[in-house]
Each structure stands twice: as structure tokens, then as C-alpha cells.
Design a protein around this ligand. Structure first.
Ligand code: ZN
Length: 294
């Protein structure tokens, strides 16, 4: 079989945070550069700034995949879409933006242009009108995109207790693979889809200390994954590297507590993600940090 000429498979955490509006962890968003394509998974707060730090014009992004419709995964979408259309080096979008996501994605894509119709009307005199168009696809579990040797598969996860569809994604390319959990509690379907994956990027929540009561943990645990449960996921999927993202902390818990809390169930490779952490998938998964973030 002919090998694709561009062998790149790199995952960059644009935002490793969650709803809290902190400056060090922007909202959930992950860039996947694979082959000749570049995808963004979720569009949390600050994704456009992180792309700018990478020197990557939004015009080069193939499309955006949404895991679910919680606002912390969406509030950066308008910024990517409209700022990314502006004809400056960080924008330059000339082609319609493709958006994949659960039920609700058509509605989002239909109504946002109405909300921003004045900006779109005025700027259409200066920039290519196609560059501000949106094309949505509502997904079900299964292969949702396949091109250039890249296969993207959506799988259902359990953002439990919430009445909304939620998906994780698996990206396969040239014998290598990455899985992004999206928001989920401990989930057998994720474990099925992540078997033997090279890179598993998984959400996590953790709470401890006086300010954090057990009933709160039980409620949060219906929607999110605590480190002990994530450890079971990692032990059963055996990724070459597991990375925590969507880091949601309660009480006195800190990011430094996450790995020790996981170790009772998993002793393999694990790092706590940071904004602009880059994970390059080759024979192994290598980690690098972007110098623009202190
Ligand atoms: Zn969520």
C-alpha cells in the first residue's frame, strides 16, 4: 500500500480546562494534525488564542468536531469561526467551515449567522463570503469522516445524569491511533473503542479536602471520571500514553493530586495535560511543551 507522504500525527491540547474561567487552563479544545489535515475537537474558551500562539492560521483547519453541547465546549466557537475568517495571517479562511456534532449542531449552525448577521454583512465586502459559511453534520456512533487515510470514528459515552448526547472520538491514521474521551463518566463503550490505542486523552475530575463533601463527589461522578475510575480505564485499554485533560477540580484538590490518585489502579505512562502540550504519535508518543506558555 502506498504510504501517505505526510506522516504527521500530532495532538495538541489547546485548552485543558473546563468551565472555571482560569487564565492558565483555557476551555476544552484539542487540535489534531494528522496527515495533511487539521481538526479541532471542541471549541472551548481561548482556542483561537492558543492557535495564534502556535502560529497556525484558522484558514488551515479542515473542520471542527463537537463532543457535546455544554457551553464550556462551545463558547470559543464563534471566535474561531468569525475571527478565523478575517483576512489577517491568523485567519484567512476562504472555504466553508465543516462542523460535526450531536443533535443540536444543525441548530447552532443555523442560528449563529443570524446572531452575527451585521458583522457578516459588513465584512463580506472585504473577505471571501464562502469563508464565513458553516456546513453541519449531525453524527451517530460509527465512522463520521474518512479522507486522506484518516478515519474518525465517533462513539457514545455517558455524560450521565444529563439529558444530552455525548460522544468521544477515535482517530486512526497509518497504523496509529488517538482517542479523545469527551466528557464522560466511567464508560465501557469508551473502553471498547480505546483498546490498544497509542494515545488516550481522557477527562478527569477530582475533589478532596474540607470544602468538598462526599455527596458532591457522587453527583459529579455521574457526569465525569474520577482518577480511580480513569485508572481502571487506562489499565484495561493499555495506551502507550494516557493524558488527562478537561481538568475539573473541587475543594482542595490540585492537578498534582491527579496522578497519585490514579496509581492505585494504573501504573503505566500518564501525564497531566497542560495548554499547548503537544503529543506526537510515532513508534512512541513524545511530549513537548510550547515555550509561549509560562
Ligand atoms: Zn460537559
Amino acid at each position: 500500500m502506498l504510504q501517505p507522504s505526510n506522516n504527521l500525527f500530532r495532538v495538541t491540547l489547546l485548552g485543558s480546562g473546563a468551565p472555571p474561567p482560569t487564565i492558565d487552563r483555557f476551555g476544552p479544545s484539542t487540535l489534531v494534525e494528522v496527515g495533511s489535515e487539521k481538526f479541532i475537537f471542541d471549541a472551548g474558551r481561548g482556542a483561537m488564542q492558543r492557535l495564534y500562539q502556535l502560529g497556525l492560521p484558522f484558514g488551515e483547519i479542515t473542520g471542527i468536531f463537537l463532543t457535546h453541547h455544554h457551553s464550556d465546549h462551545l463558547v470559543g466557537f464563534t471566535d474561531l469561526w468569525l475571527t478565523g475568517w478575517i483576512g489577517r495571517p491568523w485567519g484567512l479562511r476562504t472555504m466553508p467551515l465543516k462542523v460535526w456534532g450531536p443533535v443540536g449542531t444543525h441548530q447552532l449552525v443555523e442560528h449563529l449567522p443570524l446572531a452575527f448577521s451585521t458583522d457578516i454583512r459588513v465584512r463580506s465586502h472585504s473577505y471571501p463570503p464562502d469563508g464565513v459559511k458553516l456546513q453541519s453534520t449531525e453524527i451517530k456512533e460509527g465512522i463520521v469522516h474518512q479522507t486522506g487515510g484518516v478515519t474518525i470514528t465517533a462513539f457514545e459515552v455517558d455524560h450521565g445524569g444529563e439529558q444530552l448526547d455525548a460522544f468521544g472520538y477515535r482517530i486512526d491514521y497509518n497504523g496509529r491511533s488517538a482517542v479523545l474521551s469527551g466528557d464522560t463518566t466511567f464508560n465501557e463503550n469508551l473502553i471498547r473503542h480505546a483498546q490498544g490505542v497509542d494515545l488516550l486523552v481522557h477527562e478527569v475530575t477530582h475533589g478532596m479536602g474540607d470544602g468538598f463533601e462526599r455527596p458532591n463527589l457522587e453527583r459529579i461522578r455521574r457526569n465525569h471520571t474520577v482518577p480511580e475510575d480513569a485508572g481502571v480505564v487506562f489499565s484495561r485499554t493499555k495506551p502507550k500514553l494516557a493524558v488527562y485533560t478537561h481538568i475539573l477540580l473541587f475543594g482542595d484538590a490540585t492537578a498534582e493530586d491527579l496522578i497519585p490518585a490514579t496509581r492505585s489502579r494504573y501504573d503505566g505512562p500518564l501525564v497531566v495535560g497542560e495548554d499547548l502540550m503537544r503529543l506526537e504519535i510515532g513508534g512512541t508518543v513524545s511530549i513537548s511543551r510550547h515555550s509561549a506558555v509560562s
